[in-house]
Design a binder for this molecule. Structure first.
Ligand SMILES: Nc1ncnc2c1ncn2[C@@H]1O[C@H](COP(=O)(O)OP(=O)(O)O)[C@@H](O)[C@H]1O
Ligand SMILES: [Mg+2]
Length: 222
């Protein structure tokens, strides 16, 4: 599903953010990417989302080499990938329903299908009762559930989450991770970057540890 071969990423000429990453994530895996601030977690997710380019090496996503992909092809890759951000990135002047519908509106899907699919994902993240509210009236945990619904509405094969619980307290964080795990059981490949120990110590899953741009361990945590 996701493969990296000798991937390097520089910021400026001399700053190496990712240093020779080799990695294989199978379809349907749930993986944590951990490491202290500055280790390169976000950079790795951005490369997978084609938001940044690798300077060297190859990245395969669903068998497609995205390392040298043309700009015009990126939206097609992104349709396969949902992305969840720490700060939710919801549009404040739109309702919950409209926020979640947006990726489908852009894809040109019919209104009746949009309604059906949005209601489906809102139900999945247990926020359907707030569909006509604006994000600012929702708690942080609820806003993140809306953002997850938006990331899922296109039925992506891969869900990437960058510090999805960074703005939430411990209890809500576990709730969000439970939700991500439920999503994983439906067959979605899920990659969660976090520096939140509370989170990955509670859930034993494959964990990649990044340190200064290198993978220093990969497997089940002790
Ligand atoms: N756009 C950028 N320009 C220059 N340096 C950057 C940029 N983005 C990230 N970095 C640097 O790359 C390193 C890795 O950053 P990042 O991937 O955000 O780490 P993490 O998500 O693990 O905190 C950090 O030292 C950061 O300062
Ligand atoms: Mg980060």
């Amino acid at each position: 599903m996701i493969q990296l071969f000798h991937v390097y990423k520089y910021y400026r000429k001399d700053f190496l953010a990712l240093n020779d990453l080799n990695l294989k994530i199978e379809k349907g895996e749930f993986v944590f990417v951990i490491g202290s601030s500055g280790a390169g977690k976000s950079t790795l997710l951005k490369l997978l989302f084609c938001q940044e380019r690798a300077d060297e090496g190859q990245i395969l996503i669903g068998g497609q080499n995205v390392s040298r992909i043309q700009e015009a092809r990126i939206p097609y890759i992104r349709r396969k990938i949902g992305f969840v951000f720490q700060d939710f990135k919801l549009i404040q002047r739109k309702t919950v329903f409209e926020n979640v519908a947006l990726p489908l509106v852009i894809s040109g899907i019919s209104r009746s299908d949009i309604k059906k699919r949005v209601n489906e994902v809102l139900k999945m993240v247990r926020i359907e009762h707030k569909h006509d509210q604006r994000p600012s009236f929702l708690s942080g945990g609820e806003q993140q559930r809306v953002a997850i619904a938006r990331a899922l509405v296109n039925r992506p094969a891969i869900l990437l989450a960058d510090e999805p619980t960074g703005n939430l307290d411990d209890e809500l964080s576990l709730d969000i991770v439970e939700l991500l795990r439920n999503i994983h059981t439906t067959g979605t490949t899920v990659v969660v970057a976090t520096h939140d120990r509370h989170l990955f110590s509670k859930i034993l899953r494959r964990t990649l540890v990044l340190q200064q741009g290198k993978i220093v361990s990969d497997g089940l945590p002790e």
